[in-house]
Design a binder for this molecule. Structure first.
Ligand SMILES: [Zn+2]
Length: 447
């Protein structure tokens, strides 16, 4: 619009000048370099000069654009090269996501040759190599990434994942520490560091990492509490082994307070209390736990609280006191039957075994029946019958892993089978219908 306006003004002015010169004729004579130009029409001379200037300007512009052309062509080619490079990078990433190793490799090579930005293409190359099963090549790419400040974290991550996959605990621990130094509050880093420290049985360090992970929101408060209790039980057991009795007691008490339902925490705490001569508190702690949820390990710990030279009959009396707190629970009757057998109280043992077996007959109870038959009357045939029945016994409670479903003989913070942390739970085997859950048995009088 402005251009058109300017054009009109220009044309208007030119016409006005032409008319002015026509109205005011004059004469111009130029003498230069031996030539002599003269004209009566000044208007034509002015027009010729204007034309000359316009032609000169046009020639100058053309020459300038010619001079700039190579740069512009190169610029254009560079841009299109970058564009093709990014396109290859995108295709490569899509191929990685689709699991197409050949396409991923091809795109990685193409992107690498088109883009002069190694950090961008290294990750793709590493992923393509991994997809192709070439872990060594992937490792070389990840290691090369370590020297690029903006890629170092991704390099560490790649190497860490490789170490985890090949079960190299030591290397995983080292790399997880390095990753945490680079990005201290990244949730997966904290979780991986915790897992590595747990596998390496570095309970104290794991406790600190768990604290950081909870603060960073990587682990919620409820599961954090359960995991912390598990860590503290293990570290308390270690302290007991190394003779640090005060440390062991402190950790066991913390574990028991964090997760009162964690039987190993209660048992370890009670052991510490008993060694400290705090028998009354030990008894109280076990009785409270038993009232909430009877467990064979609690019964064993309770039995162990007696003096070394305790008479078998005195022990039966003590365990009966425990049973009275939950005489609706099979575990109570199993506990009494066990000590009654040791005290050769056959009738008492049989009565409680039968009460324990009203709802279900797990192998544990059948084996006690076999012991009873053998010890009471030497009836090996009857004992054999019970042992044979164990093959088709009802499912029993055990330390089952929530993660892999395997059963462990003793509780540990880590599953021996899958390495899961704080996954062992006292329960029936996975997949057993709830009908098998221990129903309260008939209450009996305690006489
Ligand atoms: Zn497991």
């Amino acid at each position: 619009m402005i251009r058109i306006l300017l054009l009109f003004i220009l044309i208007g002015t030119s016409v006005w000048i032409a008319v002015w010169f026509a109205d005011h004729p004059g004469r111009v004579e130029i003498e230069a370099l031996g030539y002599r130009i003269h004209t009566e029409q000044v208007g034509i001379l002015v027009l010729a000069i204007v034309l000359l200037v316009v032609i000169a300007a046009a020639i100058y512009r053309f020459w300038r654009s010619l001079r700039r052309a190579p740069g512009r062509i190169a610029e254009h080619r560079g841009a299109s090269r970058r564009q093709r490079g990014y396109q290859a990078l995108t295709q490569g990433m899509v191929a990685v996501a689709a699991g197409d190793s050949r396409e991923a490799m091809r795109s990685a090579r193409k992107a690498d040759s088109l883009l002069n930005e190694p950090p961008l293409t290294m990750l793709l190359s590493a992923q393509a190599a991994q997809l192709d099963g070439d872990e060594d090549a992937a490792r070389r790419y990840f290691e090369a990434m370590l020297s690029e400040p903006e890629m170092a974290f991704l390099g560490v991550r790649g190497l860490l994942m490789q170490a985890v996959r090949r079960d190299d605990t030591e290397e995983a621990l080292r790399l997880a520490g390095k990753a945490q130094a680079l990005r201290p509050n990244t949730p997966w880093v904290l979780k991986q560091l915790l897992a590595s420290q747990v596998s390496a049985k570095q309970w104290e360090a794991a406790d600190k990492t768990l604290h950081d992970a909870m603060r960073a929101g990587a682990i919620d408060a409820a599961s954090g509490r359960v995991q912390r209790a598990a860590l503290l039980v293990e570290s308390s057991r270690d302290a007991l082994t190394s003779g640090d009795h005060a440390g062991a007691t402190k950790r066991a008490r913390q574990a028991h307070e964090l997760d009162p339902n964690l039987v190993p925490a209660t048992v370890t705490y009670v052991r510490c209390l008993a060694e400290d001569g705090k028998a009354r508190r030990a008894v109280k702690t076990l009785e409270t736990a038993w009232t909430k949820s009877p467990h064979p390990d609690l019964a064993s710990a309770y039995a162990a609280l007696g003096a070394d030279d305790e008479e078998p009959l005195a022990r039966v009396k003590r365990i009966q006191r425990l049973m009275n707190l939950r005489d609706d629970h099979p575990e109570s009757h199993i506990a009494v039957a066990r000590v009654s057998l040791a005290a050769r109280l056959w009738g008492e043992a049989r009565r409680h075994l039968e009460l324990a077996a009203t709802e279900s007959r797990p192998a544990r109870v059948l084996r006690l029946f076999a012991d009873l038959e053998e010890q009471e009357s030497g009836d090996l045939k009857a004992a054999r019958g019970f042992l044979d029945e164990t093959a088709s016994a009802d499912p029993d409670h055990g330390w089952y892993c929530d993660s892999c479903g395997s059963v462990a003989e003793k509780w540990h913070a880590c599953c021996d089978n899958c390495g899961g942390f704080a996954t062992l739970e006292w329960r029936l085997p996975p997949g057993v219908p709830a009908a098998y859950e221990s129903e309260p048995v008939a209450r009996i009088s305690s006489d």
